[in-house]
Write a new protein. Sequence first.
Length: 163
Amino acid sequence: MVKIKEGIAELIERGGVHRDVRGSKPREVLKALIEALPPGLGTQGSVPADALLKAVLEREDLMSTGIGCGIALPHPRNPLVKSEGEQFAALAFLEKPVDWNSLDGERVDTLLLIVAASAKRHLEIISEISFFCRQEDFYRMLKERSPLEELLRFIREAEKNWA
C-alpha cells in the first residue's frame, strides 16, 4: 500500500493557528510562535524550541522569508524532524505588523512556519503554500483572519482538485 503524503491542511492542523502573536521584530515573533506550539512540537517535541528557533533565525539571516503582501514563510534550511508524522506548519496572525525585510517592503502580519522531514517535502510545502497565498480567496481569508475551519476547507478542496 502506498502512503499518500499529508496535505497542507493536516500540517496546519498539527501546528495550529496562533492569533495575536506578539513581537516587534522577527526574532521576537518567531520566539513567541515557537513557544506557543502545541505539546509535542517545538518546546516539548522531538525538536527542542531553542534548536528550532536557532535554525529558523539562521535561515532568516541568509535571506528574508517575507514573500510579500504581508506574508512570511519562516523555515529551517535543513530538516529538523525525522518522520513525516512530525512535520507541521503553524499559521500565525501577528498582533501588529512587523518589518520582515520583505522584497515588496510591506510589513508582515501573517506567518506560516514550516517544518518538514525532508528537503524534497520542504520544497513541496513551500511551493504549495506559496500557490495558496497567491489565490485571491485564500489571501482574503488570511487578511480577514478567517476561522481555522474555513481555511482548512478551502485548502482541502483545492488539494482534492489537484489529485
